[in-house]
Ligand binder design. Structure first.
Ligand code: DP6
Length: 390
């Protein structure tokens, strides 16, 4: 019996992936760029055990049974890693041995916080450890076939997913742009908004977008290539002003495309728009871009902010979005933030926009982080190949 247990991070897109040119291979119509988030706050954790005695491949996700063999994306990831293992030659056990897989997300799947990216990255990375394969470009093409955004979670720091041009997808790979240590004070506040589960999943939303939006091709051809270049330069020179402007415009364009889709896909809600207004007012009051929001296929806001500006921004958020649970550990999660008094101007600006109570469910404070890593076996989720009883 052989086992591997690994942890993989969530990533948040700066230049968004939205639209495929090949559904099956998950080939995007444009490049995207993301930042990997610290796995201490949010991660997927996966244990995989291989045994000669297992009769079939089995999987448990957050303790629930997953019908593995019927899930095309899971099967494609497994087949992809096994193909690499076969080409690699050396492995400790036969590729015919069946696998038991247990995976957990340490954050709510329903919150719409990119759980599939961390989950598929963790699956593929753990398989690679089990079959003793290196992390390389080819492995990112396998993770991509689980969920497009998952290929970016195989690296830490800032990551570029190149769309590629070959029909077989071999050049649609993720490459690291800069490690987390390049911009270590890059932090994020995630404002989880009170809302039901997301309406149209991103897979379906982007399908509809590609077939009905007349703006989406213009975005892919004209806008994204320019923005990727500009963003890469902003990251390289740690220019937060340029970084923030590109990030905000990218988020807005994604949601403009969603509205241009027929029928429209609406992901942001009134609270999301209240957050957008708040961030623009905040930046204006402090006199520079200190907060940059981005929204994926859901209403939650991810706000990029440098570490030194977190206490002030958080204090303003707490004023503008009051919550009954404001001081509790369940409301404010992640890296602790020292309290600060807001200066008059900012106080007035925030108070000028006080929203009704409890529009936010909770806030997570996190930061830029490293790529996946392996844990020692004693932390595994499977004991003798089976999950612990709940
Ligand atoms: C809005 O990677 O979840 O988060 O490839 O169909 O699984 P599939 O889609 P997915 O889409 C993520 C879209 C996004 C933007 C991004 O992460 O770039």
């Amino acid at each position: 019996m052989f086992s591997a247990t690994c942890v993989a991070p969530v990533n948040m897109a700066l230049v968004k992936y939205w639209g495929k040119r090949n559904e099956e291979l998950i080939l995007p119509i444009n490049d995207s760029v993301s930042m990997t988030l610290d796995a201490n706050e949010m991660c997927a954790k996966t244990t995989i055990t291989a045994s000669e005695s297992f009769k079939q491949n089995r999987m448990w996700l957050n303790g629930e049974v997953v019908t593995f063999e019927e899930n095309a994306r899971l099967m494609r990831c497994l087949a992809g890693v096994q193909r690499l293992a076969l080409a690699n030659g050396a492995h400790k056990f036969s590729l015919s041995w069946k696998l038991h897989i247990a995976s957990y997300n340490n954050f709510p799947t329903a919150a719409g916080l990119a759980s599939s990216a961390a989950g598929y990255a963790c699956l593929v990375y753990t398989l690679a450890r089990l079959y003793e394969l290196p992390l390389n470009e080819e492995l990112t093409t396998v993770a991509r076939q689980g969920s497009g955004s998952a290929c970016r979670s195989l690296y830490g720091g800032f990551v570029h997913w190149r769309r590629g041009s070959s029909a077989d997808g071999s050049d649609s790979i993720a490459v690291p742009l800069a490690p987390a240590s390049h911009w270590p004070n890059m932090h994020m506040l995630i404002l989880v908004v009170n809302d039901a589960r997301k309406k149209t999943g991103s897979t379906r939303g982007m399908q509809l977008g590609v077939s009905t939006s007349s703006l989406i091709q213009h975005r892919a051809k004209e806008v994204v290539p320019r923005r990727v270049k500009e963003l890469m330069a902003a990251i390289e020179s740690r220019d937060f002003q340029a970084f923030a402007e590109i990030t905000i415009k990218e988020s807005n364009q994604l949601h403009a495309i969603c509205l241009d889709t027929y029928p429209p896909c609406v992901y942001m809600n009134d609270v999301s728009h209240a957050i957008v207004n708040f961030v623009h007012d905040y930046n204006e009051t402090v006199g520079s871009l200190q907060a940059a929001y981005t929204f994926d296929a859901g209403p939650n806001a991810c706000i990029y902010v440098l570490a030194e500006n977190v206490p002030r921004l958080l204090a303003a958020i707490q004023l503008a979005f009051p919550n009954d649970a404001q001081q509790s550990v369940e409301y404010l999660m992640g890296i602790p933030v020292p309290p600060v008094e807001l200066k008059n101007g900012l106080r007035d600006a925030s108070i000028g926009h006080v929203n009704p109570n409890n529009m936010l469910k909770y806030i997570i404070h996190t930061k830029i982080g490293e790529g996946p890593h392996q844990l020692s076996d004693d932390k595994s989720l499977l004991i003798d190949g089976f999950p612990l009883p709940k």
